[in-house]
Design a protein around this ligand. Structure first.
Ligand SMILES: NC(=O)c1ccc[n+]([C@@H]2O[C@H](COP(=O)([O-])OP(=O)(O)OC[C@H]3O[C@@H](n4cnc5c(N)ncnc54)[C@H](OP(=O)(O)O)[C@@H]3O)[C@@H](O)[C@H]2O)c1
Length: 332
């Protein structure tokens, strides 16, 4: 039977100046929980300041700074810090995603904390398919540095005596997102863009508020300890449908050209090779896979705990487009 751990919790959130971490801190505050943010750059703390959320400055690269921050007792630690990108050296991905997670776990053990909810990613599967659930055996690809290191971040936690729950979201859609799937598509359309395989791919998405709901579901239910959950919308949306919303709300031009998978993948390999010599890649294999391969994830396991998604893909993207329009007008 489900046991509610605590109604009012003291929660420590890493990555709180980031997109998901910021949303989650705000969400926790609105729900009446006591939240403390762990951040590395106080210049990015305006959202926390506006919500009167206290923060501690440190770095997940440095165990002692995390231990210092965890000196007071928290009921739960939620790990949102990470390096999300389709490019960059594998060493950097490992330092932040794997060693950073290991450092956090070490500091938790040092300071007598047990309960950790770790935000991983659907990228940890290292593969693309339809209706993938948690029983799917992940694939490891060195070129998919983000996915590989998210999987390794999960695996490194096995070494620690902690009560861990892992969440794997796909593309998280919501306001204030500046670097995720929808903003990347938006910026590519701004430059007139080019479809990959005519934009037919199904994009796995989840609403940012629904990820916050999923995190709190995990925090509150002790049966989630030791478990991994997908958190994904059941709604299907294709790249072209997202692009049409961006066209309708923001006047983006719908691309007229399309590259085949084979062409784009070959070009990405060449760019990745040249990037070692300092050339900025126009496209990467991870970008090509996200643009070409359809994927969807089953959240049936999480739904059994009472979690449900609240917005359709079109609603989430529309909300982002409206926010982006306001954001652009505020810059003028
Ligand atoms: N966005 C998505 O669509 C998505 C989908 C699935 C999973 N996820 C996962 O969700 C988590 C949050 O993603 P996001 O989109 O919110 O990313 P984000 O906006 O880039 O935020 C990442 C956060 O991590 C912090 N961070 C990075 N290195 C750090 C370090 N050495 N010490 C302390 N903090 C550090 C960043 O601090 P700065 O602000 O100082 O850079 C930032 O606050 C990540 O683990 C990601 O893998 C995201």
């Amino acid at each position: 039977m489900t046991r509610i751990l605590s109604i009012h919790m003291k929660i420590f959130v890493t990555g709180a100046t980031g997109y998901l971490g910021g949303h989650f801190c705000e969400y926790l505050k609105n729900k009446g929980h006591e939240v403390t943010a762990f951040i590395r750059n106080p210049e990015k703390a305006s959202l926390l300041d506006n919500n009167e959320i206290p923060y501690i400055v440190g770095n997940i690269g440095d165990v002692s700074s995390i231990s210092e921050a965890l000196k007071s007792k928290f009921d739960v630690v939620v790990h949102c810090a990470g390096f999300v990108s389709d490019r960059g050296p594998l060493k950097l991905f490992r330092e932040i995603n794997v060693e950073g997670t290991r450092n956090l776990a070490e500091a938790m053990v040092d300071t007598g904390h047990r309960r950790l909810v770790h935000v991983s990613s659907m990228a940890a599967y290292g593969d693309f398919g339809l209706g993938m659930d948690e029983t799917y055996q992940p694939k490891r690809h060195k070129w998919f540095k983000y996915g590989l290191t998210k999987l390794e971040s999960e695996e490194c936690l096995i070494d620690f005596d902690l009560d861990v729950t892992i969440l794997r979201p796909p593309h998280i859609i919501g306001v204030r997102d500046r670097t995720g799937y929808v903003p990347v598509l938006y910026h590519s359309m701004r430059k007139s863009g080019t479809w990959l395989e005519n934009g037919k791919a199904l994009v796995p998405v989840v609403y940012v508020g629904d990820v916050c709901d999923a995190l709190i579901t995990c925090l509150e239910k002790s049966e989630t300890i030791g478990e991994t959950y997908n958190v994904s919308s059941d709604e299907k949306i294709t790249i072209i449908e997202i692009a049409e919303i961006l066209h309708n709300f923001l006047g983006m031009k719908i691309p007229t050209k399309s590259w085949s998978f084979r062409y784009a993948y070959t070009l990405a390999r060449i760019y990745e090779f040249l990037s070692v010599l300092g050339v900025k890649p126009l496209i990467t294999r991870m970008g090509v896979m996200f643009g070409v391969k359809s994927a969807s994830f089953s959240s049936a396991k999480l739904q059994k705990l009472g979690w449900k998604n609240t917005k359709t893909g079109a609603e989430m993207v529309t909300e982002w487009a409206i926010w982006r329009k306001e954001f652009e007008s505020s810059k003028k």
